[in-house]
Design a protein around this ligand. Structure first.
Ligand SMILES: [Zn+2]
Length: 320
């Protein structure tokens, strides 16, 4: 993966992929944030989300410069499994996206409970809605304490590959290796650019905020959007969107709060433990004192008894 100076796009390639994938790091970071938000939105694995990758394909270069979330009513649970209704909406969304330079170049979705692979259901979606040989899928896997990982899935072998003995060894043209992605990579959170805060204040553009919220909250099963809802908001081409500092920091902040609570509890336990030791020591001392006193009084009593016995013995002697 490399990043050229004159272009903000990051390039990805693999020997098995007959074209180069170039993506806007800002677009993938936006997708990553939405994926992570949905991952933390529900305990034990979160919700999986997905959408369309927008861009263009020219001269064996696939460029990802935007995305559009796809609503999923999660009729089959938290996984990104599209119901008939979801698929209808996806088809409708794809029909709207045939603008030059902004066509659907593939799709993305997250796997929160499984590794990065292409399931049979994923293959079915890919074949049905993304039939072009160059159309690509991106699967993202969020983690609690590690960076989100991602992998591209694509149809192997160039359509115009010259016949050779080697080609017999290659998978048939158009097949997708689904068990794992070639060249899986980690998506490190993108740092804020110097201009971002200024832009966010100056423009106060609300566009990215609802988009990110939609990507997450609509994915929750209890809140399916009506089919007549407006067109899915689209990400601006290349990272022009203002990024208020608070966005996407929910999990990190939550972790900080949890850590703080943990530290407080530990301090309380430690203080309690120290206090306990002091009490125990004091108690032990008091018990020792009591034992000594008891021993002494017992010895005194024995002495008195002895004296009494001696006295009575003497009296008996004199009485005889
Ligand atoms: Zn999948």
């Amino acid at each position: 993966m490399e990043r050229s100076e004159d272009s903000p796009l990051v390039s990805w390639s693999a020997p098995q992929c007959w074209f180069t994938i170039e993506y806007s790091p800002r677009v993938l970071d936006d997708i990553r944030l939405a994926v992570v938000d949905a991952f933390f939105s529900v305990p034990r694995g979160g919700v999986e989300i997905g959408g369309i990758l927008l861009g263009d394909f020219q001269k064996k270069r696939l460029r990802i410069t935007g995305y559009a979330p796809v609503e999923c009513e999660h009729a089959f649970g938290p996984s990104f499994t599209l119901s008939d209704h979801d698929q209808e909406r996806l088809a409708e969304l794809l029909g709207r996206r045939s603008l030059p330079g902004r066509q659907a170049v593939g799709w993305y979705h997250s796997h929160t409970r499984s590794e990065i692979f292409f399931s049979d259901a994923d293959l079915e979606i890919h074949r049905r809605f993304f039939p072009e040989p160059w159309q690509t899928a991106l699967v993202l896997r969020p983690h609690t304490f590690q960076p989100t990982r991602a992998g591209f899935f694509f149809r192997e072998a160039a359509p115009s590959l010259p016949p050779s003995p080697l080609s017999l060894l290659l998978p048939p043209p158009g097949s997708i290796r689904g068990e794992a992605s070639y060249g899986e990579f980690a998506l490190q959170p993108l740092p804020l650019r110097p201009g971002d805060m200024g832009e966010a204040v100056a423009d106060a553009a609300p566009a990215p905020e609802p988009r990110r919220k939609a990507a997450v909250s609509d994915a929750v099963p209890q809140n399916p959007l009506s089919p007549g809802s407006g067109p899915a908001p689209e990400s601006p081409a290349s990272a022009e969107s203002p990024r208020p500092e608070t966005q996407g920091k929910g999990p990190r902040r939550r972790r900080k709060v949890l850590l703080a609570i943990g530290a407080c509890l530990a301090a309380v336990f430690l203080a309690y433990g120290a206090l306990d030791i002091v009490w125990l020591q004091a108690d032990l001392k008091a018990q020792t004192e009591r034992a000594k006193r008891a021993e002494k009084s017992l010895a005194d009593a024995r002495n008195e008894l002895k004296i009494e016995r001696e006295k009575s013995a003497a009296r008996a002697d004199t009485g005889k």
